[in-house]
Design a protein around this ligand. Sequence first.
Ligand code: G1P
Ligand code: ZN
Length: 543
Amino acid sequence: METLTVSTTPIEGQKPGTSGLRKQTRTFMGPHYLENFVQAIWNGIGGVEGKTLVLGGDGRYFNDRAAQVILRMAAASGAKKIIVGQNALLSTPAASNLIRKRATDGGIIMSASHNPGGIDEDFGVKFNTPNGGPAPEDVTNRIFEATKTMSEYRILEAQDVDLAALGTSDLGGMTVEVVDPVEDYAALMAELFDFEAIRRLIAGGFTLRFDAMHAITGPYAKAILEGTLGAPEGSVVNGVPSPDFGGGHPDPNPIWAKDLVDLMMSDDAPDFGAASDGDGDRNMILGRGVYVTPSDSLAVLAANAHLAPAYSTGLAGVARSMPTSRALDRVAKSKGLDCYETPTGWKFFGNLLDAGKITLCGEESAGTGSDHVREKDGLWAVLLWLNVLAERKMSVKEILAEHWAQYGRNFYSRHDYEAVDAAQANAMMDELRGRLGDLVGQSFAGRSVISADEFAYSDPVDGSQSAGQGLRIGLNDGGRIVYRLSGTGTVGATLRVYLEDLSDDPATFDADPQEALADVIAAADQIAGIARHTGRDAPDVRT
Ligand code: G1P
Ligand code: ZN
């Protein structure tokens, strides 16, 4: 086997975003594109010589080919060992767990998360550090810098490694260990939760449906929910991962998981419904006749986590991304817990988790997790809910109603304007940024502005600074609007507008969030001139 050193030139735009480098699949398949980026990862982390890494992905189109390239490039640069999920599959939380459990030097996850898959859709590559979490900004900046000066990469000339067979093999002096993608993760879940109680709940007639959306969680959910916990076969639907996710968007929200939502709102609804995304880190939770927003789910889990064995001694603290609703803050306040507000993206929770400042954290974008790994974890959230339901012996709807009665309801919605012209989106943000100082005291749609700023974060653990993390407008009576541009989109700009309003009046608790938020929504357009700048009079997606 020969090691080739291939001449290349820098490729523009290889800047890791909110969660690694995400591009259209054809871009990743273009000449030297993947190779340049992988070499930049090696260069950015000080080389891979003698190192052990984890490798796996969500099974989307190009996952298998990319894995072979990454293996050959790791071998060519002297890596000691790569632990790879069978058929190059690993959910994101399972990869995080393997990195930690096997104490590796990090890992590479191939995924574009909830973005659709296929040759005309999206692909992605992300580096995770030895703590199992997404690389923090100093690391991704070094990787990006390395892409700008790329002149050559090293790759082994070799046949494909057989990734279907479990066990170890040699690739040019590097060990390749193919492992069962589910086993270690399932063992971790059994440690965290009272599986006996969940098993009894299900045996007692509690019904559930888990929609794996043709993505990576199918095998995990089947093994754990149907295999270990005894849910009847068929409780997990769309459970076979496919390279194009059955032609759908593997995004667990009421739009893309509509079949599940329709079922849960029907007379035939099971007691509990849930879904996860392309790479298994997101979750959607429903009860019979009720959808639980991710922000509410995070707050409910924070209020009830002590019912699961892993959290029985209480939580060290909690955190949420800035745009996530402040329902969590209310729970934290009443329990006397520290509550941190971080920029969007899971990587910002890593330091807080490592330092033991928080146990539980989450984002409005259907991400919830804890200190058990360093990624958000879809199936973990489902199992924690099941553990809570088994202990509380109440329905999801009852738990939510009780939660609002105790803490008030933070009505919440996110409006996304997709594939907006990037120049128009930036112009809107620039104009608003320029006016932030004048807004306080002004009224829009009957609501007055009480604060206006651009969110910047100073990491309480290492002091690192992250500026420009979203424009925040505080309104009277607990209202809030946040504007930010997505860091994961691959076409044009995606404008996200996060809308929140607080109610302590039980008579309002059953209102439709879009109606409850009507004046905040109107104010959001008036303040930023969304329609004027983008030409859009309605969002593409409301979650
Ligand atoms: C989106 C979500 C964010 C999440 C990220 C990765 O990022 O908003 O909460 O961490 O996907 O799953 P965005 O596109 O907004 O930058
Ligand atoms: Zn994801």
